[in-house]
Design a binder for this molecule. Structure first.
Ligand code: ZN
Length: 140
């Protein structure tokens, strides 16, 4: 099976700002966030398509996404979150990933995934990842 960029981030062979590293899932910052703190939750094991996920792993992804959303509120002062998962269409990396995007009232977001931007520096991204990670509740 071909290795994807998310596998390399998981194995620390590509740069990534890790928010959570757990037995079933990994969470890290999207390198081109909608808003700072935009996090991706992935199954640790490479699975390309939603339909191929085992149910317990699908549940673990969703459960971690809920905890990340809560952490975005407490760590970054987000008012809420937007969670989304593209399956095949608009799926830029063929490894299942749940987007967890911090939202603020009147943040200007009118569509999905348009105003992407880069972090100003790796240090800024590392600081944001550390804040979310510190605010993350432990696994139930
Ligand atoms: Zn992969």
């Amino acid at each position: 099976m071909a290795e994807c960029i998310f596998d390399r981030i998981r194995d620390r062979r590509a740069a990534g700002h890790i928010v959570a590293d757990e037995p079933d899932v990994l969470a890290f910052l999207d390198s081109r966030p909608l808003f700072p703190g935009h996090t991706l939750v992935i199954p640790r094991r490479h699975v390309a398509h939603l339909a191929d996920l085992d149910d317990p792993i699908a549940a673990a992804i969703w459960e971690a996404g809920r905890r990340v959303a809560a952490a975005l509120r407490s760590a970054l002062g987000a008012d809420g979150a937007f969670l989304a998962l593209n399956d095949d269409v608009s799926q830029s990396v063929a490894h299942v990933h749940l987007h967890v995007v911090p939202r603020r009232h009147k943040d200007g977001l009118r569509g999905f995934f348009w105003p992407r931007s880069a972090y100003e520096s790796a240090a800024e991204a590392a600081s944001i990842a550390a804040s979310i990670s510190a605010a993350l509740a432990p696994r139930p």
